[in-house]
Design a protein around this ligand. Sequence first.
Ligand SMILES: [Zn+2]
Length: 105
Amino acid sequence: MPYCPKCKYEYRSGIKTCPDCDAQLVDELSKPSSRDTELVVVGAYPFESIAQQAKLLLESNGIETVLLNEIMSQTDIVLVFADGGVKALVRKEDAERAKEILAEL
Ligand SMILES: [Zn+2]
């Protein structure tokens, strides 16, 4: 079932874009989790607003993205801010494509 990466609503197959927000629908609903998926840092941003833009851009391309501060609130693992920025993480298999997409940002 296709679903909207922004609204998380599912739609009938055949529908390509979300009627609510115009985002491109993606195929499977699965959130990357630091527990069962290897995440790779694809970007680091000085401000959360910029990181959110990167996340929206990636997710509109069907790449699930987690910002470091979200991970920290969802899990009990301790992450160290190496350079004080907000980091964008994607699944390892999406990393190459994510970097290409972010190069346009
Ligand atoms: Zn939507």
